[in-house]
Design a protein around this ligand. Structure first.
Ligand code: ATP
Ligand code: MG
Length: 251
């Protein structure tokens, strides 16, 4: 087994308007690993994901994908680097004027220069993977939130990413739609996809990840196995946060 992590975030800091948003954050992901980031609002989770793919270049520190330093890459290589990292956002980011199939195909045509017919063929294969073949011709306005999020997963997968970053992929969904999206993510994880996911779905985190990363005020304050989340208000910071979350959501 190769000892080198697939993704390594090394001492990343980010300062915006004189305020430290990320303070010396390090983490690593082995091939096929799923790690979950949890923590209070404003703690820097989304900023961290954007630093990982250099959408927001960190002020210090670096990110290594398969051993390659993002900081040392030319502008052109950074584009290629970003293409290897799939991003899933809470609000889906689909094109309203394109059907599900073409939302997936368009990236292949524009970014990878594929011919329309081939791109559409691949799009259908990815829609099948997320269980949406029958909805391929529907537009975002005709899809449920869970279906829209699955289209955005299909779109990211079509780009053959080495790693996927997911920023609260289910937080905009009605409770009954959360499961269908988490099921697809779980299935992807089992198929060997490497993923870093911000989520407050504690049950999912407990069952599917070996490591939880708890972030607060721009720092990683605790990391460990899902048991980190046990212990209630008397436990560590992550456990206290989960107990609070359970109190609010009644779960
Ligand atoms: N472009 C920006 N300009 C100024 N401040 C910013 C900017 N982006 C983020 N911040 C600040 O950085 C901090 C971290 O924000 P971030 O969105 O990363 O937190 P988060 O952990 O994802 O929160 P949430 O759980 O609410 O999504 C917040 O205080 C936010 O106001
Ligand atoms: Mg966020």
């Amino acid at each position: 087994m190769s000892a080198q992590p697939l993704l390594e975030v090394s001492h990343v800091s980010r300062i915006i308007d004189g305020k430290t948003i990320l303070d010396d954050v390090s983490l690593s992901l082995g091939r096929g690993e799923l790690k979950v980031i949890i923590g209070p609002s404003g703690g820097g989770k989304s900023t961290l994901l954007q630093c990982v793919n250099f959408l927001q270049p960190p002020d210090s520190g670096d990110v290594f994908l398969d051993g390659q330093s993002a900081r040392e890459m030319s502008r052109q290589n950074i584009c290629a680097f970003r293409q290897k990292i799939g991003m899933i956002f809470q609000d889906f980011n689909l094109f309203d004027h394109l059907c599900a199939r073409d939302n997936v195909a368009i990236a292949l045509q524009k970014v990878k220069g594929q011919k329309k017919a081939l791109a559409r063929q691949r799009a259908m294969a990815e829609l099948e993977r997320v269980g949406l073949v029958e909805q391929a011709h529907l537009y975002p306005s005709q899809l449920s939130g869970g279906q829209k999020q699955r289209v955005s997963l299909a779109r990211a997968l079509a780009m053959d990413p080495m790693v996927m970053l997911l920023d609260e992929p289910t937080s905009a969904l009605d409770p009954e739609l959360i499961g269908e999206v988490l099921n697809v993510i779980a299935q992807l994880s089992r198929s060997g996809m490497t993923m870093l996911m911000v989520t407050h779905q504690i049950g999912f985190a407990r069952h599917l990840t070996k490591e939880i990363i708890f972030m607060e005020a721009g720092r990683v304050v605790e990391t460990g196995p899902p048991e980190l989340l046990e212990g209630g208000p008397e436990g560590g910071r992550a456990a206290a946060f989960c107990a609070k979350l359970a109190e609010v959501t009644g779960r």
